[in-house]
Structure formats: structure tokens, C-alpha cells
Design a protein around this ligand. Structure first.
Ligand code: NAI
Ligand code: MG
Length: 372
């Protein structure tokens, strides 16, 4: 029997609270679907700092490189805001992304019918929306050299300071994220839209040429289109359902994925995955995490919505374990619970009602799994 390894890093704030609900879901799959998970748990972020004086211990990093998948809750919180930059909770997350070389960040924007009225757009524009943004995560303008602030704004040199960041991509970096996007499209609706600014940026011209090259040579069966990223932003709010997979660079992807996320409602609903190069078993190195943070304002009150973390585990089932049917099952269970009107506080509309607790939401999803 295959055993699927998973490293759980609950982190800080509501991280441990939502992770407890994922544990219930894992337990259900073990008991009822005959799956075997080898789950280990460790510290990250402020929790790791409290014990080790740094936000990610070396042993934890080594473990992350061994397992099939990492599932992370959230890091940070007011207790750690004044720490030195080098040991801030976020550094733990960044170290994981960097050393696992997770270059493709997957951000689905999926509108559950029961929540369509939560969107800032009209129901008929977002109902049924199911798109996937693939953002390049390890290169581009956030990392390019040269960077910095030069020259003094001293008297006599007013207006002389220069802030520099460099948008830089190699063809190899573009090709590997393009391949990831085409592979994903093949498992979905077989369409990729690539976004850049080839009209005003040379790095955008290279992006367009390389994505086209990967398409023509390796994925001619996938439908490819190109769009300028500013038009892409307009199209995302005008008619988001025209897209299937969108692939774009680090900067545009940061902005476009946040905009797309809000088409679908609450932060408590949004999963993500970050994938790297294939490991020996052929599956990509991977870390899964909800998009939300540690939510200190509701920590310890049983108010957190565990769905973002549970849907992140569904992505692990699909992309790390090759269990697409089980991922579908889990997503159907979430959809059923929402359709039944089960709501955590963040999903309460103006009409009100009584919210369920984090734990009750987890229980409802586990109960729905049997029928899903
Ligand atoms: P946040 O995402 O933690 O919270 C923003 C708002 O959304 C809050 O009102 C919170 O209560 C609510 N919220 C978030 N997740 C929720 C959930 N699952 N269920 C119900 N409500 C939810 O972002 P914020 O407040 O900007 O940051 C708080 C801390 O989290 C900071 O220390 C920040 O650095 C850290 N952070 C960590 C991230 C990560 O681990 N990936 C990402 C974003 C922030
Ligand atoms: Mg962002």
C-alpha cells in the first residue's frame, strides 16, 4: 500500500486551530477510503522562534525536503512584530519556498454557488467561476539585480536619489513555469492565457516568446492565448469566466491573484499551492497553505474558518498524491456544507444567522464526506 507523507506546520495564531480540522479530514480518508498518511508535525514562524530562536529549525527544513508535501497554517502575529528582520516569522516561510525552490504558485479562484452573493461582482458574472492563476514565484522584479536606493538627497542634490528594481527573467525560468501551467491546463479545460507587458517591456517579449515556444514544441494540444496584463486585470473583473489557467510573472501574478481572489468572497475560503521541480517519484516538490494569515483578532475564539486550509489539503491530494478523485470528493463535501447554509462568522451575510465554530465546520465537512 502506498503511504503518503505529509509534514504539517500549523504555525501561529489560527494556524493550529484550522489545522486541527484538517487532521479530522485526514482521519476520515484513512478510516473510510483506506488511504495511509504518514503525518509528521513541526514548528514554523513565531512558534519555532519561541523554541529555537529562529523561525524554522534546520531539522524542520531537512524534513520538508524529504516529504511528499508540506501543509502550512499561517505565521506571524503581534508578539513577533518587533523581532529583528532576520528572525521574523515570515522568514521561515520564505526559507521553505526558497530551499524547496517552489517556482510555481497556484492560486485558484473558485466561486461556490452558495457564496456567489458575497462577491463584489454580480452573481451572474461570478457564478460557476473556476480559474487557476499560476504565478512565477522565485524570480522577476522582487529578486532581480541591481536593486537598491542610491545617491543622497542632500542639499545641492535634491531629487537625486534613485530607487532601482530590476525585472529579470531567464528563458529557463519562464519555460519551467510555462510547463507547469500547461500540465495543469491539461488536467482542467486545456486553455492557458499568458499575461505580460510585451508592448513596453523586453522581459515581457521574452516571456511571450518562451511561453509560445513551450506551447509549440511540447503542448500544441493546449489552447494558448496572450494578453497584456493591464487588459487582463480589466477582463478579470469584466468577464472572469473566459479564463481557465492564467500564467504570469511574479509581480503581475501577485496583483492579479489577489484581485481574482476577491471575486470569490472571503479570505477564509482561499487555498494555495506552491510547486517546484519533480522529485524522484515524479511528483513536484510542494507546499500547500491557505492564503490568509494568522488572524490575531480572532485567535483562540473558535471563529476561524477552516475551509481555506481544508481546500489546501484537497490540492495536496490532487497535485502531490495523484488522488484527483479524492480531491474532488473533498471539494464536493465543502460545497454541500455551504449549500446547506453552514457558515462560520466570516461567511455571514447581512441577513445574519448563527455562525458555527471552527470545530463544527470541520465536523460538518467530515459528515458530508460520506455522501460526497
Ligand atoms: P489575516 O489574513 O491574518 O487577517 C485579515 C482579516 O481576515 C482578519 O480580520 C481576520 O480575522 C480575517 N481572517 C483571516 N483568515 C480567516 C479565517 N480563516 N476565518 C475567518 N476570518 C479570517 O491578515 P492580517 O491581519 O493582515 O495579518 C495578521 C498576521 O498574519 C500578521 O502577522 C501577518 O504578517 C500574518 N500573515 C501571514 C500570512 C501567511 O502566513 N501566509 C499571510 C498574511 C499575513
Ligand atoms: Mg499579495
Amino acid at each position: 500500500m502506498t503511504t503518503y507523507s505529509l509534514l504539517i506546520l500549523p504555525g501561529d495564531g489560527i494556524g493550529p486551530e484550522v489545522m486541527a480540522e484538517v487532521r479530522k479530514v485526514i482521519g476520515w480518508f484513512e478510516t473510510n477510503r483506506g488511504l495511509s498518511f504518514d503525518v509528521s508535525e513541526d514548528l514554523v514562524g513565531g512558534a519555532a522562534y519561541d523554541k529555537h530562536g529562529k523561525p524554522l529549525a534546520d531539522e524542520t527544513m531537512a524534513k520538508a525536503l524529504e516529504v511528499d508535501a508540506v501543509l502550512l497554517g499561517a505565521v506571524g502575529g503581534p508578539a513577533y512584530d518587533n523581532l529583528d528582520f532576520s528572525v521574523k516569522p515570515e522568514r521561515g516561510l520564505l526559507r521553505l519556498r526558497k530551499e524547496m525552490d517552489l517556482f510555481a504558485n497556484l492560486r485558484p479562484a473558485q466561486c461556490f454557488d452558495a457564496l456567489a452573493d458575497f462577491s463584489s461582482l454580480k452573481r451572474d458574472v461570478v457564478a460557476g467561476l473556476d480559474i487557476l492563476i499560476v504565478r512565477e514565484l522565485t524570480s522577476g522584479v522582487y529578486f532581480g539585480q541591481p536593486r537598491g536606493i542610491s545617491a543622497d538627497d542632500t542639499p545641492g542634490n535634491e531629487g537625486g536619489r534613485v530607487g532601482v528594481n530590476t525585472q529579470r527573467y531567464t528563458s529557463g525560468e519562464i519555460r519551467r513555469v510555462a510547463r507547469a501551467a500547461f500540465e495543469l491546463a491539461r488536467k482542467r479545460n486545456n486553455r492557458v492565457c499568458s499575461m505580460e507587458k510585451a508592448n513596453v517591456m523586453e522581459s515581457g517579449i521574452l516571456w511571450r516568446e518562451e511561453v509560445q515556444w513551450v506551447h509549440d514544441n511540447e503542448y500544441p494540444d493546449v489552447e494558448l492565448s496572450h494578453m497584456y496584463a493591464d487588459n487582463g486585470a480589466m477582463q478579470l473583473v469584466r468577464n472572469p469566466r473566459q479564463f481557465d489557467v492564467i500564467v504570469t510573472d511574479n509581480l503581475f501574478g501577485d496583483i492579479l491573484s489577489d484581485a481574482a481572489a476577491m471575486l470569490t468572497g472571503s479570505l477564509g475560503m482561499l487555498p494555495s499551492a506552491s510547486l517546484g521541480a519533480p522529485m524522484e517519484n515524479g511528483r513536484p516538490r510542494a507546499m500547500y497553505e491557505p492564503v490568509h494569515g494568522s488572524a490575531p483578532d480572532i485567535t483562540g475564539q473558535g471563529k476561524a474558518n477552516p475551509i481555506a486550509c481544508i481546500l489546501s489539503f484537497a490540492m495536496a491530494l490532487r497535485y502531490s498524491y495523484g488522488l484527483g478523485d479524492e480531491a474532488d470528493r473533498l471539494e464536493r463535501a465543502v460545497e454541500k456544507v455551504l449549500a446547506d447554509g453552514v457558515r462560520t462568522g466570516d461567511l455571514m451575510g447581512p441577513e445574519g444567522g448563527t455562525p458555527v465554530s471552527t470545530s463544527q465546520m470541520g465536523d460538518a465537512i467530515v459528515a458530508a464526506l460520506a455522501a460526497a
